[in-house]
Design a protein around this ligand. Structure first.
Ligand SMILES: NC(=O)c1ccc[n+]([C@@H]2O[C@H](COP(=O)([O-])OP(=O)(O)OC[C@H]3O[C@@H](n4cnc5c(N)ncnc54)[C@H](OP(=O)(O)O)[C@@H]3O)[C@@H](O)[C@H]2O)c1
Length: 312
């Protein structure tokens, strides 16, 4: 069996449980591709899984490999694969129940892979699947955001928020976004019409009658968001199930989503990226061997755009 370099988790814990080491190179089964990973981006779910917070929902057998945002080149295809061949440049959002892309090679399903946007490199492409797919599913598929509507995007500087702000703008919505003081100018660069500094302003004092709230923060931020919605509006959370009672009390709707990818949405997003309307935001690029440092940064929960591990 051939080996590859990978970052593996042998036991749950802090960033120091991430081990850069040799691991068996996987082989693709029917309907799967073996991808030579060029870049993998870091998402909060990675450190939540590493720490063991998700072990009841995502029972990965130890040792496992994190990383569910990958971009690379097809090395081999399994039986029955029809859409890709060796040498294709692809990006994917592998199922979190399987080994991820903090490795030289990853196996992904054909159905969770698309050709990478042509206009960008692998480092930028690796920032897209989780962030852009989650934003798209929340804003368009769940909330039905339309041109001319008003949307409040919390955490608009983050991995999901930076895509959500740009996608909402691309759709023709009026975009209000929250972030800390240091990210106010960045929100303008993303196209946010009305940036709100949550360190200085209580958003519910200045925001009213929005059609959609996107909540990647939860807690008090979610609780204070009900009053900014117009009657019939919708709060979509990607972190915690909103209270149905609160929604009913305010005459609004609510939803929690756990965003699923899929090759057709990834292909659609690639087209939007290649049209130049949406820019993936790379904050930091680190070698795969520095995954621990990447996790320490992500765990602070004040990312601007994405942290990427460069593999190839
Ligand atoms: N359900 C799903 O399918 C799904 C998918 C992806 C992510 N998620 C979850 O969604 C959450 C966000 O993910 P992410 O990738 O966007 O995280 P991230 O890249 O770490 O970004 C977090 C952002 O939150 C902002 N922030 C922190 N406190 C805030 C506050 N009180 N008000 C407004 N903004 C605040 C930070 O900006 P400042 O530095 O300016 O504070 C930072 O930009 C995570 O918990 C993740 O696990 C869920």
């Amino acid at each position: 069996m051939e080996n590859m370099k990978a970052v593996r988790v042998h036991n749950y814990g802090g960033p120091d449980v991430l081990r850069f080491e040799d691991a068996p190179r996987p082989t693709p089964s029917s309907g799967e591709l073996l991808v030579k990973v060029h870049a993998a981006s870091v998402n909060p779910i990675d450190w939540k899984v590493r720490a063991g917070y998700m072990k009841d929902y995502i029972p990965l057998p130890l040792p496992f490999i994190l990383g569910w945002d990958v971009s690379g080149v097809v090395e081999a295809v399994g039986a029955g694969v029809t859409k890709f061949r060796k040498g294709d440049e692809v990006y994917a959002r592998p199922d979190v129940a399987h080994h991820g892309g903090y490795a030289e090679y990853v196996v992904v399903k054909e159905t969770e892979t698309a050709l990478k946007p042509r206009s960008i490199d692998h480092v930028h492409a690796a920032t897209i699947p989780v962030g852009a797919v989650t934003a798209w599913r929340a804003l368009f598929d769940t909330a039905g955001l339309k041109k001319g509507q008003k949307v409040l995007i919390h955490g608009a500087a983050g991995g999901v928020g930076s895509f959500a702000a740009q996608l909402a703008k691309w759709k023709g919505a009026y975009v209000i976004g929250t972030a800390s003081t240091r990210n106010q100018a960045f929100l303008r660069e993303l196209g946010v019409d009305e940036p709100i500094d949550y360190e200085k302003t209580r958003f519910e004092d200045v925001v009213h009658d929005v059609d959609v709230v996107l909540d990647p923060i939860g807690g008090e931020t979610q609780n204070r968001s009900w009053t900014v919605l117009k009657k019939g509006g919708i709060l979509v959370s990607i972190v915690v199930q909103p209270s149905a009672d609160e929604a009913a009390k305010h005459g609004v709707r609510s939803a929690f989503i756990s965003a699923q990818a899929g090759s057709s949405l990834l292909a659609e997003i690639a087209k939007v990226i290649d049209s130049g309307n949406i820019k993936p935001i790379v904050n930091t690029v680190l070698p795969l061997s520095e995954a621990r440092r990447a996790h320490e940064m992500s765990e602070k929960q004040h990312a601007r755009g994405k942290i990427v591990l460069k593999v190839a």
